[in-house]
Ligand binder design. Structure first.
Ligand code: OXD
Ligand code: MN
Length: 594
């Protein structure tokens, strides 16, 4: 069959259809009429529920299977010929075994269903930064999400032409049985096979699978960086806009930071924020020798619980229309609610994320509260609807990055902010990044989890090679961005947060930009440069002076203990660990002991 002008694409679609045996194959053209048609079909079957179109125009509601509510890292594999190429950071399978095991589940799984063909571009269509993928899926929910999260449809096929390269992305819901679920990456073949899940992170294959795991593998070969980072523009009173890219492990407020509202004192001075992205940055060296970044996505796939008018007013405004809500509480008036959102849930008549009747205060058989929304329930919404979105999202060359920021959640140890001595030291700071578990996470509270560059679940190859790639990039960039580390979560002896966070974080970003532009000097410490307390702009913020002193304090004893934990972490990478990491580590120890 000739669905497109691209011979290889047609052959691949035929081959996949032979395996999955759909009743029908439909090409997604990106038109509004097709989208409306598919939405209606999905509403007719109950796959999707239409929300109140007056209160939430264009908004839809979906529930995933109860056993299918988050990314399943234990079922996610990198299938490279050699195990060492996947590294200790990934589950590995031989490509032939990976295809075979997934094919057994895919076989005949689309009988009675339609296979949709979604051509999509990660990054602006036609930009040299961008990569094209084609996702085959038997889920209308996936199609509708991909239409928000990516640029999809005929325009992408036109760009692909008759012989363009693309990532082969196959997704099938199959039985959504956890025993028959696999998320397979074949970086050597530029292919992804995901079967048995309907949850976003596992099935919107442009996102984590392509834009991080496969892209990181390609990026190393092509000398660029595919990173788990938000991109944010900070407009200063002079009108100058500087862009920063920032990586944080999950549950550290990346989406909130990406669209923060400046505190009044700084607003009055003329500060403004521009949101380019909240999750992924592709960064390349442009013809000027500097580092430029695009956000390859066009939507947010954000966590709903905790999103409210205080934590993130811009996100609340973004999701008022054309948004897909997944696994949140469904109100009787066909609006939605989630824990730590705005307002109270209805006293009666709501249905929880499992579809069960729900009212506030319900407990399970063990006396634990039953939440209305799943803690990982999501909104999928167009970035263009965010009040702080910028046209630069569509700029083919992206934005010039002035600073790279790493961060984690540390109750002690890490100061509010510090700057690395240079690029290589910054790579070491990113490679040793960690977060402490909170009560909201499974495991021992306070336990430190290392998550280098927040890429641990997303690096599509051996992380030791990934560190080496970062060092190499530093040699190639003419004026490498300065690298910083932030910690919004430091606590005092009583466990109270020392820093107010949210919009106030802009005060720290302001210092970062001043340092990046070499406008001010700083205090040198064994771990890097920290601000002189008077250099953090406190206009309109009433914070006790002793808080700032505690926020910026560095305890060499604690850092020596941390360094011990870091050396243990590095053992797993064996000989593949770049010498430069060891050199940076030794230099830190020496500075701490002085
Ligand atoms: C995400 C994640 O969903 O990082 O963005 O898990
Ligand atoms: Mn993420």
């Amino acid at each position: 069959m000739s669905l497109t002008r691209h011979q290889e694409l047609n052959l691949w679609i035929d081959e996949m259809a032979k395996m999955c045996q759909p009743d029908d194959i439909v090409l997604i053209d990106g038109s509004d009429t097709q989208k409306a048609d598919l939405t209606k079909q999905a509403c007719d079957t109950g796959e999707i529920i239409e929300l109140d179109q007056e209160k939430l125009p264009g908004c839809l509601y979906h529930r995933t299977a109860v056993n299918d509510v988050a990314r399943t890292e234990n079922l996610t594999f990198i299938c490279t010929s050699k195990k060492e190429d996947a590294g200790p950071n990934n589950n590995w399978m031989k490509p032939a075994d990976g295809y075979k095991r997934a094919a057994e589940i895919f076989k005949g799984s689309m009988k009675g269903r339609t296979m949709y063909v979604i051509p999509f571009s990660m990054g602006p269509v036609g930009s040299e930064f961008s990569k094209i993928g084609v996702e085959l899926t038997d889920s209308i929910y996936v199609v509708l999400n991909m239409l928000i999260m990516t640029r999809a449809g005929q325009k992408v096929l036109d760009q692909l032409g008759t012989d363009g390269e693309f990532t082969h992305c196959l997704h099938g819901k199959a039985e959504r049985d956890i025993e028959k679920r696999l998320i397979m990456h074949f970086p050597e073949d530029n292919a992804i096979w995901s079967v048995g899940s309907g949850y976003g992170g596992n099935v919107l294959l442009g996102k984590k699978c392509l834009a991080l795991r496969i892209a990181s593998y390609i990026a190393r070969k092509e000398s660029w960086l595919a990173e788990h980072m938000l991109i944010l523009g900070i407009e200063r009173p002079s009108g100058r806009i500087d862009y920063v890219a920032a990586a944080f492990p999950s549950a550290c407020g990346k989406t909130n930071l990406a669209m923060l509202i400046p505190p009044e004192g700084l607003q009055a001075k003329g500060y403004k924020i521009w949101t380019v992205g909240d999750d992924i940055a592709w960064m390349r060296i442009d013809t000027d020798g500097k580092l430029w970044a695009i956000n390859p996505e066009t939507g947010f796939f954000g966590v709903a619980p905790g999103t409210n008018m205080k934590s993130n007013p811009n996100a609340v405004k973004t999701v008022q229309k054309n948004t897909i809500f997944t696994n949140v509480l469904l109100n009787p008036d066909r609006t939605v609610w989630w824990e730590d959102g705005d307002g109270d849930p209805p006293a009666e008549g709501a249905f929880d994320w499992k579809g069960q009747p729900w009212k506030p205060g319900m407990k399970d058989e063990n006396g634990n509260p039953i939440t209305g929304a799943h803690p990982n329930s999501r909104f999928t919404a167009p970035i263009a609807q965010c009040p702080t979105h910028t046209y630069r999202l569509d700029h083919h060359h992206g934005v010039n990055i002035s600073a790279i920021i790493f961060g984690g959640r540390r109750a002690k140890l890490a100061p509010l902010v510090y700057q690395s001595f240079d690029w290589n030291h910054g790579v070491y700071v990113g490679a040793t990044m960690a977060s402490e578990r909170t009560a909201a996470q499974f495991g021992k509270i306070g336990e430190v989890r290392r998550d280098p560059m927040a890429m641990l679940p997303f690096c599509g190859y051996n992380m030791a090679d990934y560190f080496a790639h970062w060092f190499n990039m530093g040699k190639k960039i003419k004026e490498p961005p300065k690298i910083f580390h932030v910690n919004w979560f430091r606590q005092d002896e009583n466990g109270d947060y020392l820093w107010p966070g949210f919009g106030e974080n802009l005060r720290v970003l302001e210092w970062i930009l001043e340092r990046a532009n070499e406008d001010i000097d700083a205090e040198e410490t064994p771990i890097g440069f920290i601000p002189k307390p008077q250099d953090i702009d406190m206009t309109g913020l009433d914070l006790p002076a002793e808080n700032m002193q505690k926020l910026l304090s560095i305890d060499p004893e604690d850092w020596l203990k941390e360094a011990q934990n870091v050396s243990e972490y590095f053992i797993q990478f064996g000989d593949r660990l770049p010498k430069e990491i060891l050199k940076q580590h030794a230099a830190l120890l020496e500075r701490l002991k002085k």
